[in-house]
Design a binder for this molecule. Structure first.
Ligand SMILES: [Zn+2]
Length: 286
């Protein structure tokens, strides 16, 4: 099996892209369990891409239930070095309108029930830098493609990640606005953290579907409107994948690729051999 170099994590329909040649479907097991679903390997402009639906095909996994360790490990084991993650988000700012695109640069973690958010622990301690949680290089590659499609694009925004599955209360939504946050979802963590631990470049393409619940003067959000926005966003996401993936495959010297080089604190003789063996399956150079 040839290695895939680009990973796409997103909605369940994203892998059905017109003009994209599907090569195989792979069922995987990792030392951390099974990923959300089978992984679709496709060829896009000479680049092999691996598609993984975050919530499974048909959407049967809650955000809190996603096995992100298995998802990221599976992609890394397939050879993925760059991930384009897609997510529907709520907007916390007037100027970020439904159907606008956002490339966030920061995250505020409001999850509370996601213990499996690191490949480390159980006898091997590591601390990596997460000051800039997204790969700046990858974000810069993506941005012009969004602008070129005539879509409204916002960059340098803060993404709040909540536990869910319920949406925020109005008081919470207003609190996040007071923190300066621009968008909100349930999906970026621990996915982004694990991608960094696996030394994969990771960027998230966020697509606004509604104004969360803070905007009381806004016409009442109907399911029809949200579904309409989701469908429009999904069509753009597919077009973006087709355009962006062929330009990827670089970044060998990106700092994400050596994020763990000095991160492991535990002395070699003290490392739990079982944990260390698992970690070596995704970080063989460590
Ligand atoms: Zn990077």
């Amino acid at each position: 099996m040839d290695k895939a170099t680009v990973g796409i994590i997103g909605g369940s329909g994203l892998y059905e892209i017109e003009g994209v040649e599907i090569l195989e479907e792979i069922s995987m097991e990792t030392p951390w369990g099974s990923p959300s679903d089978t992984i679709t390997i496709a060829q896009i402009g000479g680049i092999r891409a691996a598609f993984l639906p975050r919530h499974g095909r048909g959407h049967f996994i809650l955000p809190s239930e996603v096995n992100s360790r298995a998802n990221i490990a599976a992609l890394k084991m397939l050879g993925v070095r760059e991930i384009l993650a897609f997510s529907a988000v709520g907007s916390l700012k007037d100027e970020i309108r439904p159907r606008d695109f956002v490339i966030p640069s920061q995250i505020i973690d409001r999850t509370k029930d996601r213990p499996a958010s690191s490949f480390f622990g159980e006898g091997v301690v590591a601390h990596m830098s997460f000051a800039d949680p997204f790969c700046g290089r990858l974000c810069k590659i993506i941005e012009p493609f969004i602008a070129a499609r005539g879509l409204r694009l916002h960059t340098d925004e803060i993404l709040v990640c909540i536990e869910g599955p319920a949406f925020s209360t109005r008081a919470e939504s207003r609190l996040y606005r007071s923190w300066g946050a621009g968008i909100i979802n349930m999906s970026v963590l621990p996915e982004a953290k694990l991608a960094r631990e696996a030394e994969i470049c990771y960027a998230m393409v966020c697509m606004a579907t509604d104004y969360d619940c803070w905007k009381t003067d806004h016409a009442d959000v109907t399911v029809d409107m949200v579904v309409g926005n989701l469908n429009a966003n999904s069509a753009h996401a597919k077009a973006l994948i087709r355009e962006i993936v062929p330009t990827l495959g670089g970044g060998a010297d990106c700092s994400c690729r050596s994020a763990m080089r000095y991160a492991v604190m535990t002395a070699p003789a003290k490392r739990n051999p079982e944990t260390w063996a698992k970690i070596k399956t995704i970080l063989p150079e460590l």
